[in-house]
Design a binder for this molecule. Structure first.
Ligand SMILES: Nc1ncnc2c1ncn2[C@@H]1O[C@H](COP(=O)(O)OP(=O)(O)OP(=O)(O)O)[C@@H](O)[C@H]1O
Ligand SMILES: [Mg+2]
Length: 258
């Protein structure tokens, strides 16, 4: 890691240099659960169309950060701008209304419901027409699910469950997707499949903020990355530079420094 690694850099990568307004601009964000503070002075930006990955050790606050962006953790201080609107501390339903979707790390489907019913739960606030349109759209994205639409979600494989979780988030046709470890506990084959699905969403214009344990798999297709530790951002930069940094690699990517 370089000497700049402990700063919360605000510089942007080459891929973002022409983009002036971030879709998400988080400044000095602090928050947690009730009175338990987890996040300290987080600065993070995501530009429209970007794929940004957050990595970091267990318990470093990655999931808490995504929850805060989706109104599921307590906001203390700092700002969250979404397309220039201050949405700090907003409730989840209002954030969904702005086109933000979130796939949690755990408990992200209802096993006792069918695939179709799970999808319907994802569009519970939509009109009947929009819901039908949404289900049609996600079935086109995930043909494996379409063939199992009447099956109980409990009968799906691990990879199919993650596809269903992502489908539920996509039903409302969001423009900004927050994904928390979608490849966790999946075989390498399913990990690749999920990442290919995310690649497909990106090619359709989706902006993605991903938390991922499999740093190598995610950074390889990301524009930029952030490293969290102890509830703080300890490094940020172009994904390729993070991948190529031997010291970061030794700490976070499961490889030895040269
Ligand atoms: N509901 C909660 N109430 C209080 N503390 C919590 C709660 N959920 C998580 N924490 C604590 O917040 C800290 C950050 O947890 P978080 O789940 O955000 O980490 P993470 O980086 O996502 O870890 P992992 O890689 O294991 O998923 C941890 O110390 C955890 O114990
Ligand atoms: Mg987590």
């Amino acid at each position: 890691m370089t000497s700049t690694s402990t700063s919360t850099s605000t510089s942007t990568s080459t891929s973002t240099s022409t983009r002036t307004t971030p879709i998400l601009d988080v400044k000095q964000l602090e928050g947690g659960y009730g009175s338990v503070q987890i996040l300290n002075s987080i600065d993070l930006r995501v530009y429209e169309g970007e794929f940004v990955t957050i990595i970091g050790p267990n318990g470093s606050g990655k999931s808490t950060f995504l929850k805060m962006l989706f109104g599921l953790a307590t906001h203390y201080r700092g700002t969250v701008l979404h397309n220039d609107t201050d949405v700090s501390g907003w409730r989840t339903d209002r954030l969904v209304g702005r086109g933000i979707a979130y796939v949690p790390q755990v408990d992200n489907i209802f096993p006792s419901l069918t695939v179709r019913e799970n999808m319907q739960m994802g569009g519970i606030r939509l009109s009947a027409g929009k819901l039908t349109e949404g289900i049609g759209r996600v079935c086109w994205t995930f043909p494996d699910l379409e063939s199992k639409i009447s099956d109980l979600a409990a009968t799906l494989s691990g990879g199919e469950r993650q596809m269903l979780a992502i489908s539920r988030a996509l039903i409302s046709n969001p423009s900004f997707l927050l994904l928390d470890e979608p490849t966790a506990a999946l075989s390498p084959l399913y990990q690749q499949q999920i990442m290919s699905c995310i690649d497909g969403l990106r090619s359709e214009g989706m902006t993605v903020l991903l938390v991922e344990q499999n740093a190598r798999l995610s950074l390889a297709r990301s524009d930029r990355g952030y490293i969290f530790s102890g509830g703080k951002v300890v490094h940020t930069g172009k994904a390729s530079e993070i991948l190529d940094d031997p010291e970061i690699g030794a700490y976070f990517l499961g490889m030895q420094a040269d």
